[in-house]
Ligand binder design. Sequence first.
Ligand code: FHN
Length: 462
Amino acid sequence: QEKTKISLQYGSHREGKRTDADMARWRGYGLGQFIHWGVYAIPGGHWDGKYYGGAAEWIRSWEGMPNAEYDKLYKQFNPVNFSAAAWAKQAKNMGAKYVIITTKHHDGFCIWPSKYTDYNIKNTPYKKDILKEIVTAYDKEGIDVYLYFSIIDWNHPGYQAGTGITPEDRLNWSNYKPFKTDEEKTRYATFKEFTRNQLIELLTDYPTAKGLWFDGTWDGAWMKEFAWVDQLEKELRAMRPGLIIGSRFRADENGKRGFDSNGVLMGDYEQGWERDLPNSIEDVHGNDWDCVMTVPENQWGYHSDWRGYVKTSDDLIEMLVKSVSMNGNFVLNFGPDGKGAIRPEETKLAKEIGDWMKINNEAIYGCTYVNLKKQGWGYYTKKDNKIYLTVINRPINERVNIEIPKGGLKPIKAYLLENKKTADIINRGRNKQNSSLYSIAIPTEYKSNKPFVIVLEVGGTE
Ligand code: FHN
């Protein structure tokens, strides 16, 4: 029985995927790069000789970090090792098709010379517009740029999450306490106007950016402004036809974010997969989505002392393929240091992923989900008449098994993507469910210490 729909004025304004060319391009990216860079890169997870175990970009919220000290750090921001061209080249070599850059994180520091606050790059010793340098360099490499923007802004005097709200309360919408006094309301009104101005400024001054990536929108006061935010979203979209905005921007009138009260996605793609991946295609409900992933467990900005498990390129390649196999993009985070250098661990990963992508990118770019039963060896992706089998766990019997239901596409030939060597297709008959069973024999002489791809050309039906 169909659930009755709640009538919503500020819910999602579209059902189903966007069908335009800009979104089709987004869908084909496969791999992206995230960059978290701001003044938090200077302390790099330490203050006054003490180690901060939280995410480095949150250090200002730590009791060991006096806010007044943090808010002065920008006076030292002088990234003498920064080269936008080098970053962009590295991203290109890794195989990234888009980049999401933090224009302003929760601390409120702007890497562009915003007219609306002095807390920006122009007032650092560096002075130059870093955002412009980044956008220009990535544009030049043909990598699409998306602007990360935090709604939470710890620096703006008008930013407040509600009456008498504690930092903990801020994380929970139900703790929201509406502003009581006119003074509070006026202050928040200035903050809204400031936010709107900055967003218009970004779209005006960086006209090649393809989209906005919002964060820090769980804030109760912001969510309460659902009608105003909805209007703002319309305004931004009207300013820039084709603009891509994910599901984090606004809440509906019942405080539902990401998905509205009817369970319909808000925005153009789902932004809920942070340091997490869906397990199966059912988990993504037919929506576009991206996964944003850190290299260590939970560090986005630069932390000089990564503790705990650090992902390997094999881990990350698996996540990339897994994402694409479920119609998602995979975005890997980088946290450059206070001088503008990308740390050696990240450079090594970028190189290893890039080496893999050079051989195997055909199994990633523009590829989609394949409706075949999941197998233990790895993941399927597909483009036109080719199904790509990315082998993560090489079977001990050197055979990659597949099962094709009656009416499914018929295998014609198989070969290794790396060297085009034929892989024999062994027909193992049908199972009880009448599906055709095949084994693809991995060519015996083929050795690989990385995940590898078998191309299966298909045609006709089983
Ligand atoms: O609090 C932030 C965090 O620092 C980081 O920017 C991530 C990236 O998706 N977003 C927030 C948490 O959702």
